[in-house]
Design a protein around this ligand. Structure first.
Ligand code: NDP
Ligand code: MG
Length: 382
């Protein structure tokens, strides 16, 4: 029996994970955490019988506690306190943003397995997360579909046979657009993703291609390959999720209709593989798979992310934090679509890169980037 704590239980990944777990007798939810969604947390607590609960927002936690008639953890240490109390064997981190980093570190330090959707953990604090996994002995099981695919393509393949990893990108809703067209993009247009239904932040990241940049850094951390051995290809159908290119020229690919329940289930049941009621690829009808190179000039966020990854140290933490603030400002209508890229670029140029020595270094870089971007937005708004 796997005992699972779900962080980010009310979100897109969290609720799909609840569906996956409900279908399996040998998976049990023991703890649930979210940010401020009282209704969502209360419903999930009732549906699963999970005993340990947390909401980051103290007022929301209080309301949930009254409704459920039992304590709900809250405050900045709530996730870590929840992991301590949960008695989980696996923690699914599906929190959005760098807010998930400390929980990833804590999970791995304790030697628990980390099913990781929160890619921002690996972007902001990659080396620290890997060091925590080495010390604690727990596994990092990627939930991100591309990385789950790559893990499966790689299997037990001897590393010297691998020449590169290929991450596919849908290209987002604005594939083929010009910079002038991107300047006019509305929030509603950015939130209409062609192939995946996801939370708002990652949906905007997919539209700017920042998501693919974060995923390149995530792949570098998870699989230990240098950046020049991680390729990105645009594949609008999102059927091929990842490929391993081998030294004899062969490519091993992972295919399936886009459905996050597949990688969620794989991570939660690993090393077993459970049945998932996903729509099968149907060979009785003709269909095509298209591939094209990414347009790094038009979608500069992908270029910035790869450069930040190559720079190393706290540069990816700066990139990530700047992007979080910029995307939030785009979603509230304070800035335009192309300003996301401009603000991330500005933060990378002005926040000095430091070595990634410890969590304090990440938090300092993250804070400096947030302050810088917020100040720039205030200037523009003034
Ligand atoms: P959502 O916005 O749908 O959900 C985010 C979840 O995080 C919510 O449960 C939210 O709670 C919770 N949360 C936010 N802040 C905090 C906090 N400070 N403490 C505790 N919980 C918090 O996002 P997604 O589910 O789409 O994405 C989650 C992560 O998974 C992201 O890192 C994303 O990049 C990654 N991912 C998502 C994919 C997808 O298909 N959705 C695919 C691949 C990766 P509340 O509802 O109360 O605000
Ligand atoms: Mg992905």
């Amino acid at each position: 029996m796997k005992r699972i704590a779900i962080l980010g239980a009310t979100g897109s990944i969290g609720t799909q994970a609840l569906d996956v777990i409900a279908a399996h007798d040998d998976l049990q939810v023991v703890a649930l955490a979210a940010g401020s969604d009282v209704e969502g947390l209360v419903a999930a607590a009732r549906a699963t019988g999970a005993e340990v609960l947390a909401l980051a927002d103290p007022a929301a936690a209080e309301r949930a506690a009254v409704e459920l008639g039992r304590p709900v953890l809250s405050g900045p240490r709530a996730l870590v306190e929840l992991i301590d109390a949960a008695g989980a064997t696996v923690v699914l981190n599906a929190v959005v943003g760098a807010a998930g980093l400390e929980a990833s570190l804590d999970t791995l330090e304790r030697g628990l397995d980390l099913a990781l959707a929160n890619k921002e953990s690996l972007v902001a604090g990659g080396e620290l997360v890997l060091a925590a996994a080495r010390r604690g002995g727990g596994a990092i099981l990627p939930v991100d579909s591309e990385h789950s695919a790559l893990q499966q393509c790689l299997g037990e393949l001897p590393r010297e046979q691998l020449s590169s990893l290929v991450i596919t990108a849908s290209g987002g809703p604005f594939r083929g657009r010009t910079r002038a067209e991107l300047a006019e993009i509305t929030v509603a247009q950015a939130l209409a993703h062609p192939t995946w239904a996801m939370g708002a932040k990652i949906t905007v990241d997919s539209a700017t291609l920042m998501n693919k940049g974060l995923e390149v850094i995530e792949a570098h951390m998870l699989f230990g390959l240098p950046y020049d051995q991680i390729e990105v290809v645009v594949h609008p159908q999102s059927i091929v999720h990842g490929m391993a290119r081998l030294r004899d020229g062969a490519l091993i690919a992972h295919l399936g209709h886009p459905d996050m329940r597949v990688p969620i289930s794989f991570a939660l049941t690993y090393p077993e593989r459970a049945a998932v009621p996903a729509r099968p690829l149907e060979w009785r009808e003709a269909f095509s798979l298209d591939f094209e190179p990414p347009d790094l000039e038009t979608f500069g966020c992908l270029r910035l992310a790869i450069a930040a990854g190559e720079a190393g140290g706290t540069a990816p933490a700066v990139l990530n934090a700047a992007n979080e603030v910029a995307v939030a400002a785009f979603l509230t209508g304070e800035i335009g679509f192309l300003e996301i890229e401009a603000l991330v670029d500005d933060a990378l140029q002005h926040v000095p890169v430091q070595p990634l020595d410890d969590l304090a270094a990440v938090l300092a870089a993250d804070g400096a980037a947030r302050t810088r971007v917020a100040a720039r937005i205030a200037e523009v708004g003034a």
